[in-house]
Design a protein around this ligand. Structure first.
Ligand code: PMP
Ligand code: GLN
Length: 383
């Protein structure tokens, strides 16, 4: 058939996301799905009831574009306190459709054609295409393969006249690495010296282990002034399907982000915003969430007993990497394991610009203990 009006692809090299691919393969083969990152336990019933309540009481029309004031105030209060930052709900907080929209709106609002954006590989899958779609040029630098730390000297050496943004993600998906105080201090110095903006994906800020402190850009006043910090209620409240997130940024950066947001989605699901605001008002302890996931990480790692798999200890997020010894590349092993052993994971090479394959798989441990034990038993029996 002749095809009329065939589009010229804006992203010719982009296929279906690895999360969709592996979750589909997992369900096709009845496998245990530790690939895509989502909990297999439910959100708090109280929060679900609150959404119901607000729907039934008629809060069903458009919310204000940038989010309902009560939710933005709760966020501003909590995050100001928690990170010692000065956050004003009216000028600094925008509610978005998940962190995904916050990332898009930030990059779309802040990139001018030809601007370079520094991204660290292995990198979350949306960063590079969003930069390209908005006329930017991704400059992808590898984290150090041994511990996935940032080589800041390398970063400095790659900064040029067109560098505009550094995109960071801590705690880091997919590796579970975290940025430390010294990293943030160096980043602040580099950003100021070169007049850069920092987009900081902090969706796992509440999942950090072994007594470490999350180093938000919001803790560093001079860095915070030139940063966008991005969070996700889906991650905080074990409700990834709700897709509500938010961006915290200076007034000038927020203005540009909101211009994109108003045409991208305009506003976010109204009853959920009211429910989240009420729920936050009742108090929110990030520490208990970290503890919950730390126990799950420990269960996964401590019970694993197969010399073929070597854990790279996760310091945050709900992901655990396993290095493996096998001739197969990571995509082939992840596929084989899903089909034959019925355990799905994510191959890490897809998060590298050059497909670098160090034989590492990612497993999501945001699961009931029983699910984790089933997965570990499969891994222990794997030969
Ligand atoms: N950034 C990272 C690093 C993530 O892992 C995810 C999703 N898991 C997102 C952004 C997107 O978050 P959301 O589901 O709130 O859009
Ligand atoms: N962020 C989730 C992960 O890393 C997936 C989100 C998605 O499917 N887009 O697994």
């Amino acid at each position: 058939m002749t095809v009329y009006g065939e589009p010229i692809s804006k992203l010719p090299n982009v296929g279906t996301s690895i999360f969709t691919t592996m979750s589909q393969l997992s369900s096709d083969h009845g496998a245990l799905n530790l690939s895509q990152g989502f909990p297999d336990f439910d959100a708090d019933k109280r929060l679900v009831d609150l959404v119901n309540h607000h729907m039934k009481s008629g809060r069903n029309q458009y919310a204000p574009s940038n989010g309902i004031p009560k939710l933005r105030k709760e966020i501003a209060d909590l995050f100001s306190d928690y990170y010692g930052a000065q956050i004003n709900w009216e000028n600094n907080v925008t509610i978005t459709v998940g962190a995904t929209e916050a990332i898009y709106a930030s990059l779309a609002g802040l990139i001018s054609p030809g601007d370079e954006v520094i991204i660290f590989d292995p990198s979350y899958d949306s960063y590079d295409p969003v930069v390209r779609l908005n006329g930017g040029i991704p400059v992808r630098l590898k984290l150090r393969p041994a511990d996935f730390s940032v080589d800041w000297d390398q970063v400095e050496s790659r900064i040029g006249a067109n560098t505009r943004i550094i995109l960071i993600n801590s705690p880091h998906n997919p590796t579970g690495a975290i940025l430390e105080k010294t990293d943030l201090e160096r980043l602040q110095e580099i950003a100021i010296k070169n007049d850069l903006i920092v987009v900081s994906d902090e969706v796992y800020h509440h999942i950090i282990f072994d007594g470490q402190r999350h180093e938000s850009v919001l803790r560093y006043p001079e860095l915070a002034m030139r940063s966008v910090a991005i969070f996700s209620f889906g991650k905080i409240f074990h409700a990834t399907g709700w897709k509500v997130g938010f961006a915290i940024a200076s007034e000038t950066l927020t203005r540009e982000i909101q211009k994109i947001h108003q045409f991208l989605t305009f506003s976010v699901h109204t009853p959920t915003q009211f429910a989240l605001a009420d729920y936050m008002e009742e108090g929110l302890q990030f520490e208990s969430i970290s503890k919950l996931f730390e126990k799950k990480r420990d269960l996964f790692v401590d019970q694993l007993d197969n010399p073929r798999f070597i854990p790279v200890r996760s310091r945050g997020t709900y992901f655990q990497l396993l290095k493996y010894q096998d001739a197969l590349n990571d995509m082939a092993l992840a596929t084989k394991m899903t089909k034959e052993a019925r355990l799905a994971s994510i191959p890490i090479s897809v998060f590298y610009e050059d497909g670098f394959d160090d034989h590492v798989l990612r497993f999501c441990f945001a699961k009931e203990d029983e699910t984790i034990m089933k997965a570990v038993n499969i891994l222990n029996a794997y030969s």
